[in-house]
Ligand binder design. Structure first.
Ligand code: MG
Length: 184
């Protein structure tokens, strides 16, 4: 069992522990693509989908990357994605969400942690994730700098009920485990 250090993290005040767990959640409305609606091109986990609807968002609207980013930041006890990258800031307009994730990964490393594993659930009626699920998993692992075996990705529908089930939104849940560097 690794030694538990009681030192508070300088940025967040969060206690330095052998392991820290984080949860991330995100939801984006899906609308017809602009100019018919406010939808941006559909992107999830850094992978583009051909679809007639896409996420409404200030950035590129990648709900999976947003939830992963928040899970990592949450594990560190740091401010969430909306605080770090406000949707009122012009530089975040249409911004590639891979940049948000890269900043979270940078903070994980600079805090002395490494990514243990992630479990991600995407709730989406359409488009179907199945054909590109492995590509999404591999892309996510690459962005995180970990082997794909540390990233799990599950796709579910919302059984055609409520906004997600009616194809008007995408919802993502992520749990991430961080381990002290050298122990992951
Ligand atoms: Mg978001």
């Amino acid at each position: 069992m690794p030694t538990t250090e009681k030192t508070a993290h300088p940025d967040s005040g969060a206690q330095v522990l052998p392991m820290r767990v984080g949860h991330g959640y995100d939801l984006h409305r899906l609308e017809p693509l602009a100019p018919a609606g406010a939808g941006r091109p559909m992107v999830l986990g850094g992978v583009r989908f051909e679809h007639d609807r896409g996420p409404v968002g200030h950035s590129d609207g990648d709900a999976l990357l947003h939830a992963v980013t928040d899970a990592l930041l949450g594990a560190l006890g740091e401010p969430d994605i909306g605080q770090l990258f406000p949707d009122t800031a012009p530089e975040n307009d249409g911004r590639d969400s891979r940049e948000f994730l890269a900043e979270a990964v940078r903070r994980v490393v600079s805090s002395g942690y490494a990514i243990g594993n992630l479990d991600c659930t995407v709730v989406l009626e359409r488009p179907k994730m199945g054909p590109v699920k492995e590509t999404m998993r591999n892309t996510l692992a690459e962005l995180l700098g970990v082997p794909a075996s540390r990233v799990n990705l599950k796709g579910k529908t919302h059984e055609k009920v409520d906004a997600v089930g009616e194809g008007r939104a995408v919802e993502v849940h992520v749990v991430a485990l961080l381990m002290r560097a050298g122990e992951a």
